[in-house]
Design a protein around this ligand. Structure first.
Ligand code: ASP
Length: 302
């Protein structure tokens, strides 16, 4: 059995952006599934699949991410290997196009789990990862969105998130390879107009990302401040371990906990050791696609 599930964020994805989200998720899924079919490991597949999503400006990850309060892009990403529990994460990077690859380098070549800001960028240089100018990560769409907000003096607040007025499009992937190894990755530009230096759940192991071969894998998306409070990814993994490994039940229970305990909105994608999926969200929409070797065709929905 091989299995792959990807997400392109939860929130109120505007109608005119639905097709781009659907197409972006489906394309990344199809290409990732081909890699797994050809025998690629779960960890390589997750890295490559997330790179495709980061390079697609539809999503709030890599190129095309939301700008922070001072008009910069700051990127966060994490990756976890369910076989060894090794993980790598970066936060607040401004000159790296594919932060998931930098997170992978932290996993492979560092004795640490997480590097932030200047230190992460220095590490990237040492390892020969391509850098770019900060402005290269900014799209016209996001620049105009940011200028519009600032002109109107309208800022995104906690309440706006609760009323679902903002669309965010963090990306994530969970894969299981032929050897039963499970890997999870998550990558984001974070929330629109965030305070410079703000870090959400996506690069935090246990919050946005968690994988353990004997249980499954989870990637989360949504309001990071709430997701952190309930340690959402690990909470879902623990529910699977305790309650008999049903990924759909665990996904739904996890989102319920997010809402009940932290008034949070968002969603999760879940994979279990049999290659079965779970998806739950309490936002108007969530972009996701999945396929395993017992399915004839991929499933995609927004
Ligand atoms: N969870 C991300 C963050 O708070 C945003 C998102 O998933 O849309 O940074």
């Amino acid at each position: 059995m091989i299995s792959l599930i990807v997400h392109g964020g939860a929130w109120d994805i505007p109608k005119k952006e639905i097709k781009a989200h659907r197409d972006g998720c489906l394309d990344a899924l199809n290409r990732g599934f081909d890699m797994l079919s050809q025998g690629m490991s779960a960890i390589d597949t997750v890295e490559q699949t997330i790179r495709l999503l980061e390079d697609n400006d539809t999503f709030d990850a890599g190129f095309g991410s939301h700008l922070n309060a001072i008009g910069q892009v700051e990127l966060d990403a994490s990756i976890m290997d369910g076989k060894t529990l090794r993980c790598g994460a970066v936060a607040g990077v401004r000159i790296i196009r594919n932060p998931i690859t930098l997170a992978r380098k932290v996993l492979d070549h560092s004795e640490h789990v997480m590097l932030v800001g200047d230190g992460a960028e220095r590490f990237a240089k040492q390892l020969g990862i391509d850098s770019c100018a900060p402005v290269d990560l900014i799209t016209e769409r996001e620049q105009l969105r940011w200028e519009g907000l600032h002109k109107q003096g309208k800022f995104v607040t906690k309440d706006a998130f609760r009323r679902w007025e903002v669309s965010n499009d963090t990306v994530g992937a969970v894969a299981m390879d032929r050897d039963g190894n499970i890997c999870v990755g998550t990558s984001t530009g974070g929330t629109l107009n965030k305070y410079p230096g703000r870090v959400g759940d996506s690069p935090l192991i246990g919050c946005g990302t968690y994988a353990e071969n004997s249980i499954g894998g989870v990637s989360a998306t949504g309001w990071g401040e709430a997701i952190i409070k309930v340690v959402l990814a690990k909470t879902v993994i623990d529910m699977m371990e305790r309650d008999g490994h049903d990924p759909q039940v665990a996904a739904e229970k996890g989102v319920k906990v997010l809402h009940e305990k932290a008034e949070g909105y968002g969603g999760v994608i879940v994979l279990d050791t049999d290659g079965n999926f779970g998806v739950a969200y309490n936002t108007p929409r969530m972009a996701r696609a999945y396929r395993n070797s017992s399915m004839d065709a991929p499933f995609v929905a927004v």
